[in-house]
Unconditional design. Sequence first.
Length: 318
Amino acid sequence: MNGFKTTMLLAALTALFMALGFTIGGRGGMIIALLVAVGMNLFTYWNADKIVLKMHGARQVDATSAPEFYNLVAGLAQRAQLPMPKVYVIDSPHPNAFATGRNPENAAVAATTGLLNILNREEIAGVMAHELAHVRNRDTLIMTMVATIAGAISMLANFGLFFRGGGGDNRGAMLATILAVIVAPFAAMIVQMAISRTREYGADKGGAEISGNPRALASALAKLAQGAAAVPNPVAERNPAASQLYIVPGLARGGDSLFSTHPDTGNRIAALEELAVTMGQSAPLDVFAAPAPANRPSALGVRATPRRGSALDPNRRG
């Protein structure tokens, strides 16, 4: 059912993009819009992971540079029956994580040093299992395609009036174009976010099953939601579409509204609590306990390596 819903939403988004092209440029505009969408998706299919990781300044780690973290992910990947993904660390105090890649054979998972500093080992395992569930469900490819089409709709809408030069004798067409330019990006955003929220619930369930500890993931979500709301995310602020990548919103917007990129954290925790009961876990954790200080040593021994000029660079001025 989840796959069917996603397919329908993707179809609606593609149809919206083509309809916008038709409104602006007629049949020719629709064909051009389709060709642009195909071209962007092909490029994104092969390069999305590189673009996302470079955007975040992620550094790849291995069994030598970050043995505890790397081996934790390796063990989870084995439990999930997935190929070993590439593992990255992002030197940022903003606590978050994401997965990327076009398929399980070309996947990567990343976590910020902020996340590694405020979570314990069991919570980190829950988070990385969540990201591996995204990989197993092939959410990374779906979300990339959705983001690409939604971005193309916004781009096309921005130039809509320019493409359709209007004289006074074509007021009906001009009005249709104006409505399309206003409505299309708005509708694309709603579809994009609806898919993101649907996928997060599925990854929570899958991650809890992979790690075997729903309550540890619930505890991690509570800490991350609190920390992410308090610590700015420069990448998401520059590119709001990136917010949907993370396990918790990259921008401080909560609640199950049409404009939220993620389900409400409280609802996600409640769903994990129900799953924990089903799996026979012991008494609930105090998931709303205050997170550990951000400057404490990482539970997995990962240290930040600040890039020159970054917020973590001790020599940075200003």
